[in-house]
Design a protein around this ligand. Structure first.
Ligand SMILES: C[S@@+](CC[C@H](N)C(=O)[O-])C[C@H]1O[C@@H](n2cnc3c(N)ncnc32)[C@H](O)[C@@H]1O
Length: 195
């Protein structure tokens, strides 16, 4: 079982489910469109409760309870809200909590493999990801040219930077050719590496 914290409507969860994992989601807001077992709770509180050995109760779409304990979990993943990292929010002068660092601290304490996903920051990043890998929709032959950064424990890291896949010709070491991304993150050389 994978727990997707900050799950929203479940875009990331759907990806993990497609890769063969059972997924449950946590979000502080109701998410009636989330397709997997769901718990409405502050994500940091949910992590703290799991770390304290508590069982949490998720509910399936048809209302069945699903009891979850950290010992049953294979990995923790999450996409903390990204507003603090985007230019639009900085221009509007809004304050947003920086959730990546406290999420990482708990993820590491869990001892589980983890992934933290976020947008590419716009300028100075007050809450950076550590050694993230950059993925773009086009790498997966999806015509959505969006870049996302993924910090992950070493078990998830790509093993090779060499590939015969055509992606090798299409992406440089630090940049996707379809846009002007200037992230210093490294890109995997192939779709297999990305997985
Ligand atoms: C960037 S979205 C996640 C998108 C999601 N990964 C997807 O693929 O659809 C961030 C989500 O975090 C939730 N959120 C913000 N602060 C939270 C908190 N303290 N605890 C739990 N969820 C939170 C928001 O309600 C929002 O749904």
């Amino acid at each position: 079982m994978i727990v997707d914290f900050y799950c929203c409507e479940g875009g990331a969860s759907a990806g993990y489910a497609a890769a063969g994992f059972s997924v449950v989601g946590v979000d502080r807001d109701p998410q009636p469109r989330y397709p997997f077992p769901f718990l409405q709770m502050d994500a940091l509180e949910a992590m703290d409760r799991l770390l304290a050995g508590e069982w949490l109760t998720f509910h399936t779409k048809n209302g069945m309870p699903l009891f979850a304990h950290i010992s049953l979990m294979a990995a923790w993943v999450g996409s903390p809200p990204c507003q603090a990292r985007t230019k639009a929010q900085k221009i509007q002068g809004r304050e947003h909590p920086l959730l990546i660092a406290p999420t990482r601290e708990r993820f590491i304490r869990s001892g589980l493999p983890y992934v933290i996903e976020n947008v590419v920051p716009d300028g100075f990043d007050p809450d950076p990801l550590m050694d993230p890998v950059l993925l773009c929709g086009e790498m997966f032959e999806i015509e959505t040219y969006r870049h996302r950064l993924f910090e992950r424990t070493s078990i998830w890291k790509h093993r090779s930077t060499r590939s015969t896949w055509r992606g090798r010709q299409r992406w440089g070491a630090d940049q996707c050719l379809v846009s002007t991304c200037t992230s210093s993150a490294t890109s995997p050389a192939s779709i297999a590496d990305a997985r």
